[in-house]
Design a protein around this ligand. Sequence first.
Ligand SMILES: NC(=O)c1ccc[n+]([C@@H]2O[C@H](COP(=O)([O-])OP(=O)(O)OC[C@H]3O[C@@H](n4cnc5c(N)ncnc54)[C@H](O)[C@@H]3O)[C@@H](O)[C@H]2O)c1
Length: 265
Amino acid sequence: MPISIGVVGMNYWGPNLARNFDRMQGCRLAWVCDRDEAVLDRHRSSYPNSTFTPRYEDLLEDETLDAVVIATPVPTHAALTRMALDAGKDAFVEKPLALTGADAHQLAELADARGRVLMVDHLLVYHPAVQKLKDLVDAGELGRVFYLYGNRQNLGIVRPDENALWSLGPHDISVMLWLVGERPSEVSASGESYLQPGVEDVVFGRIKFPSGVIGHLHLSWLDPHKMRKMTVIGSERMVVFDDMETERKVTIYDKGPIPRTGALG
Ligand SMILES: NC(=O)c1ccc[n+]([C@@H]2O[C@H](COP(=O)([O-])OP(=O)(O)OC[C@H]3O[C@@H](n4cnc5c(N)ncnc54)[C@H](O)[C@@H]3O)[C@@H](O)[C@H]2O)c1
């Protein structure tokens, strides 16, 4: 039996999820949901075998539905995810899972208590180039990892209800946690709101790991450079994943620190 899926939120990002789940073997896109009928109308012809509804509750009331995929604005994630888990559905949620740590913990506990799958779309950790970085780190090809940093800058979508950290940061943070394989011992971030009060447009973040590895983040939707980059500095080699490159996404620099020689004094 294929897994029966319902996607909620079909404006900007949701259509990518609907398309992929619809094409995925072993999945059936049973429901397409958006509370805006005009948004729904844009997609009706693409999914003639799915049921369209503006009511999220319709998905939860369908006992044959296995999982919901949530691609609504971030402030709605926690409540919609809670409803899905309470209705006995698995939930695949767009990043970030919630706007507070407390909500995120509660949702993880609820999923455990209900025996349901709760997955956040940290899509970059499935990117083949990031897999390559992980293989290099794990195989010791970089030597000891000293530090790493992510650049995610653009003149991009300015979001009204989540700042650059919430909107852009989950990509880099998920990659850093995966590459380093440790839980951070210290985190800090500072940002400034230039375009809208209380919504930071640029954020600089710092993560320290128990082994001494440092991660640094530069996140901004107010920047002339379009950058989607992760750089990892090791004792033997350095590697850059540049997602703006079309052909050479990963570059390994066969360079380490230059040892001081006696002759130089
Ligand atoms: N993984 C990525 O690279 C990536 C890229 C872009 C966006 N996203 C994420 O996708 C999510 C959605 O972003 P977006 O830009 O598509 O948002 P959006 O505001 O463009 O669209 C959200 C849609 O959800 C609908 N909606 C809101 N509340 C609803 C409800 N209760 N029931 C049914 N429909 C409802 C709205 O009508 C709207 O059509 C966010 O979490 C965002 O962070 C991820």
